[in-house]
Design a protein around this ligand. Structure first.
Ligand code: KG4
Ligand code: ZN
Length: 373
């Protein structure tokens, strides 16, 4: 490690992942530790805020310790601590913010507040630093996860060697996030939690044109999304087709036995279920891609970023890549490890703020609805 490099500890606890990472100069990942709570929340079919806070409390110290150990440094080598301030679950954020503040005070190091969504944007820059394929700015960034579905225009400028990023919100979901819709329809179909990865695996077995699921025309802002209608349409489809019930009951029993692999659930599914998930996925993917590309065209940008848990979806990636190629855009996806919630992206987003001296004091509070602007 070069002596000139600035080492930032990132801390992330906005939802159900307790994460810590050490990143040098905002682009070289020395460690990236994520303790996921999925196995606990799975029993409830979604994230239970109280349980999430308690788990963060249990995990935060060992996770930070492991990040420091794997980076081969000691806490005193750090140049700053960057922590997610929001948006997210307030009790969950409170654990990371309180721990970050305490560590910064004890070590006498600068504390930097990071917006979680800005972290997802910086996941793309981190990936670019690893691959050498650097995106041009301005860009349109789609952040699509279980908690968020939002479009930003991202720009940057440099003053005195420090890069400053700015964000303009272009649109976002008016109800469910896309990942939330995946999770909810997977719950109706007894495909386990989280639902996205299993739907992703089963959809290629079905006919995406079997059922016509539409997304609403958005009045006002055409770059807004709405996924609650399609989720309700799936519910009505299941209610009006009682023949789905035996396989749903069989999968419920399999899940209760702990058999939750996509392959095990596929074996218990009929073509009607494959058609249903394929049609749902096609409608969601087409909507995400169409609105994002329209926003990119309208904003005259060349780069499109796609980040967040749903960015792992194979059909989403393939559709984006095909359309972007056709329309002359370059599309950037972080790897799966950087797409889902992690702290390396928080440390990376904190680095420009560290450079420009945007430090916090011990009055920093978490903010559940922190806007990115
Ligand atoms: O970013 P993330 O790990 O956590 C937050 O929600 O912030 O995203 C998790 C979400 C879940 O809703 C999950 O179902 C979805 O991402 N997801 C996927 C896939 N992998 C994860 N959705 C569609 N296809 C996937 N392959
Ligand atoms: Zn996230």
């Amino acid at each position: 490690m070069s002596l000139q490099e600035n080492l930032i500890l990132g801390i992330e606890s906005s939802c159900d992942e307790t994460a810590a990472a050490i990143v040098a100069d905002g682009r070289r990942i020395l460690s990236n530790i994520v303790a996921s709570q999925i196995a606990i929340h799975r029993n409830f079919g979604g994230v239970v805020p109280e349980i999430a806070s308690r788990e963060h409390l249990r995990q935060i110290v060992p996770v930070v310790r492991e990040a420091v150990k794997q980076a081969g440094i000691s806490l005193t080598d750090l140049d700053a601590i960057a922590v997610t301030r929001g948006p997210g679950l307030i009790g969950a954020l409170l654990v990371g913010v309180t721990y970050g503040k305490t560590l910064a005070l004890a070590l006498d190091k600068p504390l930097i507040a990071v917006n979680h969504l800005e972290g997802h944007v910086h996941a793309v820059f981190l990936e670019a630093a690893e691959t050498g394929h650097v995106p041009s700015l301005p860009a349109i960034c789609l952040i699509v996860s279980g908690g968020h579905t939002v479009l930003y225009r991202v720009e940057s400028d440099s003053t005195n060697g420090a890069r400053r990023f700015s964000y303009a919100r272009i649109g976002g979901t008016r109800d469910d996030a896309a990942g939330e819709a995946y999770d909810k329809i997977a719950r109706m179909l007894a495909l386990g939690y989280p639902g996205g990865p299993v739907v992703d695996q089963l959809a290629p077995y079905g006919n995406p044109k079997a059922i016509r699921f539409g997304v609403p025309k958005m009045k006002g802002n055409v770059y807004d999304f709405s996924f609650s209608g399609i989720k309700t349409a799936v519910l009505y489809h299941l209610r009006s087709h009682p023949e789905f019930q035996p396989e749903i009951a069989a999968r419920e029993q399999a899940l209760a036995r702990g058999e939750r692999s996509a392959e095990a659930l596929r074996q218990l599914s009929t073509p009607a279920t494959f058609d249903l998930v394929a049609s749902f996925q096609r409608a969601v993917v087409d909507d995400l891609v169409t609105r994002t590309i329209a926003a990119a065209r309208k904003n005259s940008v060349r780069s499109i970023f796609v980040s967040g848990g749903v960015a792992a979806n194979r059909e989403l990636r393939a559709t984006f890549e095909a359309q972007a190629k056709r329309d002359g855009f370059e599309v950037f996806f972080p790897s799966r490890a950087l797409s889902t919630d992690n702290a390396a992206m928080i440390a990376a987003a904190g680095y420009p703020r560290f450079q420009s001296g945007q430090h916090e004091d011990c009055t920093l509070d978490p903010a559940a609805n922190l806007p990115l602007a």
